[in-house]
Design a protein around this ligand. Structure first.
Ligand code: 13P
Length: 340
């Protein structure tokens, strides 16, 4: 297969009705934070146990088409000696990998951040592909205030996202393009919409300039929501209306799929908001999920690092993926939360 055929085959496997993406790619500092919440140390063994639990969940492939892994996970094996990406692939789940190297402060732009990791990326992708990865993820973050993000941050992050996407496509790896407008702060939903619109326009302009094939990317945006500290939180109908307005203005119809991040929403909020969007009628693209915390927090809590609780953790993960599968079809109701 040439790179283009590879891209098409992978996109087709990733984009399936009623299914979404599981983001199990917490970086070293992030997984340490998640484990701390359940009083577990972040050792290689504990991370391996956790990722084995996730990828060994029977039935996960019913609602999950693909899983984003952290680099370390690509080379880990479960207790039966099966490589973890292979464990996913056996359930029909496409394995992918987070390839950015995290964010640092953007020079001369106080409060803004830039994502690094472009140097040597093409070479690294060769290794990731050998380990089974068929797609990649790169996350850009945008802090919000009255003055942030600056034009400098919007330009620089769009350029990096587009360069990353071009490098991936040249290697036959589908890029997930993730511009995250952060939920932190007390800004209104209108301010979030304003920032999201600027960010997305710039991202698609840069993707065009770098000759990225839009049919072979997955966009992973944040939803348009008020800041966490804002006095008035929004209903799912409001989030859906604001988010769809921005996406329809900025995202070309050629984009293969839009899979939202959860970004600090509670699991139930993330599901209800996705469901509300899918009740708004047909859109130019499928609208699905690529959640980390909103899928994995309940599983982490149920597991708690205890061997005896592995099945409880897997059941919690499966329950959450089922609810989000329903939300992809606009068939979720809050009463389903109570049904085991
Ligand atoms: P959350 O859904 O927890 O925001 O994580 C998604 C993700 O992949 C962040 O990069």
């Amino acid at each position: 297969m040439n790179a283009h055929e590879e891209l098409n085959a992978t996109v087709q496997a990733m984009v399936q009705q009623g299914k979404g993406i599981l983001a199990a790619d917490e970086s070293a500092p992030t997984i340490a934070k998640r484990f701390k919440a359940i009083a577990l140390e972040s050792t290689e063994g504990n991370r391996r146990a956790y990722r084995s639990l996730i990828l060994g969940t029977k039935g996960l492939g019913e609602f999950v088409s693909s899983v984003i892994l952290f680099e370390e996970t690509l080379l880990q094996r479960n207790d039966d000696g099966i490589a973890l990406p292979e464990l996913a692939a056996r359930q029909g789940i496409v394995p992918g990998v987070k390839v950015d190297a995290g964010k640092i402060p953007l020079a001369l732009a106080p409060g803004d951040e830039i994502t690094q990791g472009l140097d040597g990326l093409a070479k690294r992708l060769e290794g990731y592909k050998k380990a089974g990865a068929r797609f990649a993820k790169w996350r850009a973050v945008y802090n919000v205030s009255a003055a942030l993000p600056s034009c400098a941050a919007i330009d620089a992050n769009a350029h990096a996202l587009a360069r990353y996407a071009a490098i991936c496509q040249e290697q036959g790896v589908v890029p997930i393009v993730e511009p995250e407008v952060l939920i932190d702060g007390d800004h209104s939903i209108e301010r979030c919409a304003e920032v999201a619109e600027e960010v997305l326009h710039e991202v698609f302009n840069a993707l065009f300039r770098q000759r990225v094939v839009l049919e072979c990317i997955v966009l992973k945006p944040s939803m348009v929501v008020p800041g966490k500290e804002h006095a008035r939180q929004a209903t799912p109908a409001e989030v859906a209306a604001q988010t769809l307005r921005v996406l329809r203005r900025c995202v070309p119809a050629a984009v293969a799929s839009i899979n939202f991040l959860s970004g600090g929403q509670t699991p139930a909020q993330a599901t209800a908001n996705l469901d509300a969007m899918n009740r708004c009628g047909a859109q130019p693209w499928p609208l699905s999920f690529s959640y980390g915390r909103a899928l994995l927090d309940p599983a982490l809590k149920a597991w708690g690092g205890r061997v005896a609780q592995v099945h409880a953790g897997q059941a919690a993960l499966l329950a959450r993926t089922r609810l989000n599968g329903a939300a992809c079809l606009g068939r979720y109701t809050a009463t389903m939360e109570a049904t085991p």
